[in-house]
Design a protein around this ligand. Structure first.
Ligand SMILES: [Zn+2]
Length: 422
């Protein structure tokens, strides 16, 4: 058992390209987007007209034709164009693997976030604070921290706010080995977490983490900025400026939200419990409830859970998802009575059987804690529990996909911490 799955970690650094480099980057973003969209069109048409599907290799052949028709495609890093094909292929694979959850690949828009990948020949110079990208050169970069591990992909991103970033995805082996993993021996070893709308997370030990509701706070500002964009003439440079301001506001909200998530998850993991249990929330289903949808997307539950899981793995803590339809807030954590008529607006309720007054979320977190503990143990000798070793983490979603030979073979020069390129 244990976490044998590879640990991927992403590091993001702000880039400060010169005006000249910006135009080179713009050309790469544009070409990659162009190739992606043309290949998607190629696949769509092949299906519409002849009911045929085109695979990665067909697309590669078509990409070569595109280069003959549009010679300017040869001016940019050809590997980045190749990656566009690869990414489109991945998008299709994900769609066919999980058609209900993953959407059909869509065309990339000029106004959205732009990105391209460099699979090879990226160099990092920590001392000079620069990153080398093929066909573009050394770009100023702020390394707020060093990255560790084997580099998998390097992605250059231009946010709609006008900020450039380089995102380095690394694989590192810092997760603790799973064979001698400790299992909880008492309920106190387990921390139950109830995710909520009013409070971001309530823990079974009584700690509460407030949801800062950044989006709600900035909503007025967003509305003003949105109205300003709407009032500007389409295609005008004033409209472009207004769009940029709006994008900056969105980016700030996202950063604030991520900050809350990082701090909260770090705090939870640092409590040093043997296991952390959460409810396997049906966030997609909850999104259909419009009153809840906004608050949930604001708190970005799924992102929170993903970060919590990753931090647990790094820390050597078990991460357990308690089944979704387990009625955690309706069950009295003291006597087991189920209060069927509990409504969403009821924050507190009194158990009619044992008379204990429950705070809705706190009660839920204790139930999650108990359920999680139960899942890790099997009863023997008339109720006495004994830990049992099983695979605790439901990692179907993160299950290793088909080995990606091409990706696994990526070797970057001089990008390790030990030997930055000079
Ligand atoms: Zn009760």
């Amino acid at each position: 058992m244990g976490y044998n799955k590879s640990m991927l970690k992403s590091f993001s650094y702000r880039l400060y390209p010169t005006a000249e480099q910006q135009s080179l980057l713009a050309r790469t973003f544009g070409s990659v987007r162009f190739v992606y969209n043309r290949l998607l069109e190629y696949r769509n048409k092949a299906y519409e007209r002849r009911k045929e599907s085109r695979n990665y290799y067909d697309c590669n052949a078509f990409l070569r034709k595109l280069k003959d028709i549009y010679p300017w495609l040869r001016d940019v890093n050809s590997q980045s164009l190749q990656m566009a094909n690869k990414n489109l292929d991945t998008a299709f694979r994900n769609f066919f693997r999980n058609p209900g959850k993953t959407g059909y690949p869509t065309f990339k828009k000029r106004c959205a976030r732009q990105s391209f990948q460099c699979p090879q020949n990226v160099k990092v110079d920590y001392k000079a604070a620069t990153v080398y990208l093929p066909k573009i050169g050394w770009i100023d970069c702020v390394f707020h921290r060093r990255f560790k591990g084997d580099v998998k992909t390097v992605t250059v991103v231009l946010e709609p706010s006008g900020k450039y970033y380089v995102r380095i995805l690394v694989e590192n082996g810092i997760c603790k080995a799973g064979t001698d993993r400790k299992l909880p021996t008492s309920l106190d070893d387990v921390l139950g977490i109830d995710m909520g709308v009013k409070t971001l997370a309530v823990c079974s030990d009584g700690t509460e983490y407030q949801n800062n509701r950044h989006l709600a706070n900035s909503e007025r500002k967003l509305k003003v900025l949105q109205r300003r964009v709407a009032r500007k003439k389409k295609g005008s440079s004033n409209r472009k400026k207004a769009i940029k301001k709006l994008a900056r506001c969105h980016e700030k909200i996202r950063n604030q939200r991520d900050d809350t998530i990082e701090k909260t998850t770090a705090d939870i993991v640092n409590k040093n419990h043997v296991a952390v249990c959460v409810e396997d929330l049906n966030t997609k289903g909850m999104m259909h409830n419009h009153r809840l949808a906004k608050a949930i997307s604001d708190a970005s539950f799924s992102r929170f859970l993903a970060r919590l899981e990753q931090k647990c793995i790094e820390h050597g803590t078990l991460f357990i998802k308690v089944p979704r339809f387990y009625a955690s807030s309706k069950l009295c954590s003291n006597c087991g009575y189920i209060y069927k008529d509990l409504t969403l607006s009821e924050r507190e309720w009194k158990c009619p059987v044992c008379n204990v007054v429950h705070d809705r979320d706190r009660n839920g977190s204790v139930n999650i804690q108990k359920k999680g503990y139960e899942m890790m143990t099997i009863p023997v000798d008339g109720g006495k529990s004994t830990p049992v070793k099983t695979n605790m983490v439901d990692d179907r979603a993160n299950a290793p996909k088909k080995p990606n030979v091409e990706k696994a073979g990526i070797v970057l020069e001089n990008t390790t911490q030990e030997a930055p390129c000079l």
